[in-house]
Design a protein around this ligand. Structure first.
Ligand code: GLA
Ligand code: ZN
Length: 686
């Protein structure tokens, strides 16, 4: 089931918290929001305390009135179950619902996502609330989705969680011997003889952490706690989802994701969502390709289906160190960017700005002044008009990317929780370099996990594929064997799923595929770099676009022996000067490239274009700087989104005779057009 079955246009709206306001305001809200073209409201996100004022008492009168008000105004409802904050009485009566911090201190009431997922009381009452809500409101025709809890995340280190962790470990490892072997516990004297001796790794013991510095011995224990915690929070989601599905099998369920968010393995979670939705809060000067990467990742977590932009601020956040305003036009531009990457909704947090508490300075469609004569309201209403006009044109469309980048949460956890080789390893930012090279040159690119089918892709980028879980290597071999091009890098093929280092010589299970052996790895000191020296262009490029020359080699350098791979670049300096730094290996019908060090971005950008040309992949649209283009496809019809992220107008050349869906402007083939700063086109061919 998906959202699209329920919508005939880009849904426009977001979080609405009328329980914070007197009723005369609700009426005015409906007038203003209707005027702004808003047609969907997410309600009931933080209402548990109102719905269940005491243990034996439920009171739905306020929610009934809210539902009636928004329904009468013709709004669709994204209906939250409200379980992200348990009521205060529950914390007092059943302290087990409160989480315990990593330093062992017990939390108190006063935050959200503060409930211990192992608490039977929390589970029982959250399930009961979901049940009551589904029974009471599940017949309403204007519900587009159940929105379970809100932005799951965080950890708890209480005894109940520790118990649940042990049970999770028993399921995974079955025997004590298997756990001891997988965790390599003979190291520093950590052999276990009883499951009861295993602790949740925290700052009190067991945890290895770089920032802040905590020196536990066993990193796989910390990795397993991340896996376990992602799973146990998913259990909470699934428990509510089950209750809802039993009563309303026809309503899709979801919860809001947060892009590259450390706590949860969203690929695993995405498999349980009817559709993925996410909250996009970029910092003010965030590069557009970094935002794009999050969109593509969220699309990938939903298996390539359209997703929903569930939240963004119309103007400003309150929780960043410096909360600059979105400049005029940027909210519109970033809304279209979400659509350009596969969203079928544009939604905000929130509709009306709170008067009190920590989000009182967070932007909203309706500001504290309460009327429509504000810049933000005008921009919101203008976009509302445009979205109405677009109808269902590209709703439920897909991507047809020939390039993909692999992303893997276990790999992120494992490389971050690794003592050595360098503290500057930042997995999402490493992956971003490769995504950026593709995206800024307007190649259509997906972000996928290793479980996704590879068949439609010609190129796979798998940077820093440190951890090789069962089946990974075989799947990559099959892909290359059949003619695929794989690009992988430094710090790949290092360990198995238990973070145990390969004994086959690095890059372990990828060694034969890459045709190399990495003997040692040298971490570079801050500010220092080595170089890739390329004497002959492997792509036979003789122009100034060639990769011939010397390029910076950053972060760390693998010292490589070729075992059949062709050496494309050698290191420039140090005792390993002249040894291989970049290799290409023919394997079956395909080829594998191995970057032994992190290439400076300029080399990667150039390399990416050349490899795409070689594989017959064309960009969606020519790429003047700061112009982003993506393509969604539906029933053979192509929708080409072109967005100008520059601060000034940019001249583009329209490739084919086409029409812009937003303005109906018609373009002839090769027409030159000055796309204004923050301007957007959605081109369809004539
Ligand atoms: C998150 C939450 C919202 C709100 C916004 C503020 O996305 O889901 O409830 O707190 O952040 O940016
Ligand atoms: Zn707990």
């Amino acid at each position: 089931m998906k959202l699209a079955g329920k919508v005939s246009k880009v849904l426009y709206g977001g979080d609405y918290n009328p329980e914070q306001w007197p009723r005369d305001i609700w009426k005015e809200d409906m007038r203003l929001l209707t005027f702004a073209g808003i047609d969907v409201l997410t309600i009931n996100v933080f209402s548990w305390a109102i719905l269940q004022p005491s243990e034996d008492e439920y009171n739905f009168s306020v929610l009934d009135d809210i539902v009636e008000t928004v329904s009468k105004a013709g709004m669709k409802i994204c209906f939250a179950t409200g379980t992200a904050t348990h009521p205060a009485w529950m914390a007092r009566k059943y302290p087990e619902v409160l989480r315990v911090n990593t330093d062992g201190s017990k939390r108190k009431f006063g935050d959200r996502q503060n409930s211990c997922p192992s608490s039977k009381i929390y589970r029982m009452y959250s399930g009961r609330l979901a049940h009551k809500i589904a029974e009471r409101y599940g017949k309403l025709e204007n519900i587009i989705a159940w929105h379970i809890s809100n932005e799951y995340g965080g950890y708890c280190y209480c005894d109940n969680c520790q118990h649940a962790f042990r049970e999770w470990l028993k399921k995974r490892y079955k025997t004590m011997e298997a756990l001891n072997a997988a965790w390599n516990t003979a190291f520093w004297g950590h052999t276990y003889h009883d499951w009861e001796d295993i602790v949740s790794p925290s700052f009190l013991g067991g945890e290895w952490s770089r920032q802040p510095r905590v020196s536990g011995s066993c990193q796989i224990q910390s990795i397993d706690y991340r896996r376990f915690y992602s799973d146990i929070l998913l259990d909470c989601f699934l428990e509510e989802a089950k209750v809802l599905k039993e009563i309303t099998p026809y309503i899709p369920v979801t919860t809001n994701f947060m892009g590259t968010f450390w706590d949860l393995d969203y690929f695993k979670w995405g498999k349980h969502m009817d559709f993925v939705c996410w909250d996009n809060y970029p910092w003010p000067d965030c590069p557009h390709t970094r935002i794009a990467m999050n969109h593509a990742l969220m699309r990938g977590c939903g298996g390539g289906q359209p997703f929903s932009l569930m939240e963004q601020t119309p103007s400003v956040t309150n929780w960043q160190p410096y909360n600059s305003l979105k400049r005029p036009g940027i909210m519109r531009l970033w809304s279209y960017q979400a659509l350009a990457h596969g969203s079928d909704t544009v939604m905000f947090f929130q509709m009306r700005r709170s008067r009190g508490c920590c989000e009182k300075f967070h932007g909203a469609v309706i500001d504290h002044c309460g009327h429509e004569n504000t810049r933000v309201f005008r921009e919101t209403a203008a976009l509302g008009d445009e979205l109405k006009k677009l109808g269902d044109s590209f709703i439920d469309s897909r991507f047809n990317s020939k390039a993909a980048v692999l992303y893997d949460w276990d790999n992120w956890w494992a490389t971050t929780l690794s003592a050595g080789p360098t503290q500057d390893m930042n997995y999402p930012e490493e992956v971003y370099r490769y995504y950026d090279a593709l995206a800024k040159q307007n190649y259509s690119v997906d972000i996928i996990d290793v479980d996704a089918p590879f068949d439609n892709y010609k190129i796979l980028f798998a940077p820093v594929l440190y951890m090789i879980k069962p089946g990974y290597a075989e799947k990559l071999k099959t892909f290359v064997n059949k003619g695929g091009t794989l690009i992988t890098t430094y710090f790949s093929g290092m360990t198995d799923e238990n973070d145990l280092v390969t004994q086959e010589g690095y890059p372990g299970e990828l060694r034969e595929l890459c045709g190399i052996w990495v003997e040692e790895t040298d971490a570079l000191l801050p500010g220092k770099d080595n170089g890739f020296v390329i004497k002959k262009d492997p792509f036979n490029q003789n122009s100034d676009k060639s990769i011939i020359g010397a390029w910076k080699a950053e972060l760390f350098c693998d010292i490589i022996h070729s075992e059949g791979a062709e050496i494309i670049a050698n290191y420039e300096s140090d005792f390993y000067a002249g040894t291989p730094a970049l290799c290409r290996n023919k394997f079956g019908q395909g080829q594998v490239w191995y970057f032994g060090a992190r290439p400076e971005q300029a080399l990667l950008d150039r390399f990416t274009v050349l490899i795409c040309v070689e594989c017959g992949i064309l960009p969606v649209f020519p790429a003047p700087e700061g112009i982003e283009a993506t393509r969604r496809v539906k029933d053979g019809k192509e929708f080409t989104f072109v967005l100008n992220h520059n601060k000034t107008a940019a001249e583009i050349v329209i490739p084919a005779s086409s029409r812009d869906l937003i303005t109906d402007k018609v373009f002839t083939a090769n027409e030159r057009y000055s796309l204004p700063a923050a301007g957007v086109l959605i081109l369809v061919k004539n």
